[in-house]
Design a binder for this molecule. Structure first.
Ligand code: ATP
Ligand code: MG
Length: 555
């Protein structure tokens, strides 16, 4: 929690220190692999890399690390660009692809072979695993390790020419099979993959491994601070070895803790599984922790950036409370969202002493937090709808809403009193007959009697219907990413993560809804880009009104 109260960013502090003794242009990059959509964890990395470039008037590249043709697609490249832009960052002309470096990487491999630092290996993948050893046992040298430089050059060219099948041969670095760091035990540099690449087509049938690409790409782009998550700490000696052996520019790698969020999965592989097994609508399902899901749900990008600022950047892995993210969303929407009235589960109220054909235009304040937001007109008439939950026939003491013989205020309008309850033949309440007090239009009662409850409402003749979707966490477990707790994703899915209300009633101003609103007393909602099956608008609940984070933080 302390990390949250005082957001700190050790990388920013370090760069500030460096800039005191030398002058350079800070150059970072965000390097996604285009094999899925971006999630909130990536947002942390985007805000960090682009944020540092902004802060120090530097440069941030967007680079697609597209070394694995079998999983990567152009549609993901497009979606990632859209997400980065939506989050509020601009890479200008700095758009790159690791695949643009395939020729250069091939040449790097040749250079290593010529130095006697790389060899073609014929071991099968199973044999390689056996030879690799374990954390407690050293590995064994491959019998092919001592091939001559000439033979290696010849075989590697033949691999490139497509003369071998997948899995038949690989190119490996010749480092140390006895190293305590498994990454240094002669890692594979190139494998044969007879797959079309989304950018290079069929030009290549050998592809460089991620580890042989990432550090060199940073070097080629002259990245000054190569920021990555902690799991790459053990890869750093390998990246250093490549850069040193190739004698090329050496960026500084700094690792930071990845974002983990409770009730959330942040792994593209598992998110893909949710999509493929149809547990969610798609990558942009509003319950998904993807940026496209959050955008559709109605999370403002400003709130996500604020969240990323507040969690800070540190070296120790921790799990952040989802309530903090919701708090940032709520805080932003509280400042900016228009307050409107929507009834989710309507109950008809007829005001028996209100003139039949009269319509009054009530003044409604758009946002009490923002005086510049102004007011709008709300039509009021003889028949209105209130929330079913706001009426009880036989209420407990502390129920300050409507009940037989009791009074409540209708927001922006009059005080009403329940005179009669109408039921159908099944005994269900279908209508309330009430009187209104004409003296109370947007003001106190004449005789000074106190009215405790204020209800939201809509006017029957002026309301329109829409579908409203209420969301909850997709998982019931606090740590669904932990395979010990959740061996399979399915069993920890929340069966109540989506509740659909097909016919909510909305005040007329929402006919042309755009963006986020506060539905009074209900929460924050945002209009969905799609229409319902019956052609109505759809509203997504962005976040509830109740702030559990504020409670936690004030403890
Ligand atoms: P995933 O585990 O979801 O598949 P990844 O690391 O494989 O993610 P990449 O496309 O390689 O996905 O990630 C691009 C960048 O985003 C990398 O620099 C990576 O370190 C960073 N990143 C990914 N997940 C997180 C996270 N949870 N928190 C912070 N940074 C992250
Ligand atoms: Mg990765």
């Amino acid at each position: 929690m302390s990390e949250v109260e005082t957001p700190s960013n050790f990388i920013q502090n370090k760069i500030e220190e460096e800039l005191k003794s030398s002058s350079f242009t800070v150059h970072t990059r965000f390097p996604p692999e285009p094999n899925g959509h971006l999630h909130i964890g990536h947002a942390k990395s985007i805000c960090l890399n682009f944020g540092l470039a902004d802060k120090f008037s530097g440069i941030c590249n967007l680079r697609f690390d597209d070394t694995n043709p079998s999983k990567e697609e152009t549609k993901f490249v497009k979606a990632i660009q859209e997400d980065v832009k939506w989050l509020g960052f601009d890479w200008g002309n700095q758009l790159f692809y690791a695949s643009d470096y395939f020729d250069q990487l091939f040449e790097f491999a040749i250079r290593l072979i010529k130095k006697g630092k790389a060899y073609v290996d014929d071991l099968t993948p199973e044999q390689m695993r056996e030879y690799r050893g374990t954390l407690s046992e050293p590995g064994k040298n491959s019998p092919y390790r001592d091939r001559s430089i000439e033979e290696n050059l010849d075989l590697f060219q033949k691999m490139k020419a497509g003369e071998f099948e997948e899995g038949e041969k690989v190119l490996r670095a010749k480092i140390d099979m006895g190293s305590g760091n498994l990454n240094m035990r002669d890692p594979v540099l190139y494998r044969i993959l007879k797959a079309s690449h989304h950018r290079t087509g069929d030009k290549w049938c050998i592809y460089p491994m991620y580890d042989f690409t990432h550090g060199q790409s940073d070097s080629i782009e002259k990245i000054t601070h190569s920021l990555c998550t902690l799991e790459f700490e053990d890869h750093r000696p390998l990246y250093d070895w490549f850069l040193d052996e190739l004698e090329i520019y050496h960026p500084q790698q700094i690792e930071f803790a990845r974002l983990n969020l409770n009730y959330t999965i942040l792994s593209k592989r598992k998110l893909l599984q949710l999509v493929e097994e149809r547990h969610v609508d798609n990558w942009d399902d509003p319950r998904m922790p993807t940026l496209s899901g959050m955008r559709r749900r109605g999370y403002p990008p400003e709130a996500i950036r604020e969240f990323c600022d507040r969690i800070g950047i540190s070296k120790s892995n921790a799990t952040v409370d989802f309530a903090l993210l919701e708090h940032c969303v709520r805080e932003y929407l509280n400042r900016t969202a228009t307050r409107v009235m929507v009834v989710l589960r309507p109950l008809k109220v007829v005001l028996i002493n209100y003139p039949e054909d009269q319509v009054e235009e009530m003044d409604a304040v758009n946002n009490p937090e923002d005086p510049n937001a102004g007011t709008r007109k709300m039509p009021f008439s003889r028949t209105v709808y209130i929330e079913r939950d706001d009426f009880m026939e036989d209420p407990p003491k502390k129920f300050f809403r409507l009940a037989p013989g009791r009074e409540v205020r209708l927001k922006h309008a009059y005080v009403i009193k329940c005179e009669e309850v109408i039921k159908n033949s099944d005994g269900e309440i279908v209508e309330l007959r009430c009187t209104y007090d004409p003296e109370t239009r947007s003001g106190a009662t004449q005789d000074g009697r106190k009215i405790k409850g204020t209800l939201h409402w809509v006017s029957e003749d002026h309301a329109h219907k829409a579908e409203v979707r209420l969301y909850n966490h997709l998982f019931t477990q606090e740590n669904p990413a932990d395979e010990k707790v959740c061996p399979d994703l399915k069993s920890s899915l929340n069966p109540d993560s989506l509740e659909i209300i097909e016919e909510a009633l909305l005040e007329p101003s929402l006919k042309n809804a755009k963006g986020g609103y506060q539905f009074l007393r209900l929460g924050y909602f945002s209009v969905d880009p799609q229409k319902s099956a019956s052609g109505d608008q759809i509203f997504n609940r962005v976040v509830t009104l109740r702030d559990t984070w504020a409670k936690i933080a004030n403890k």
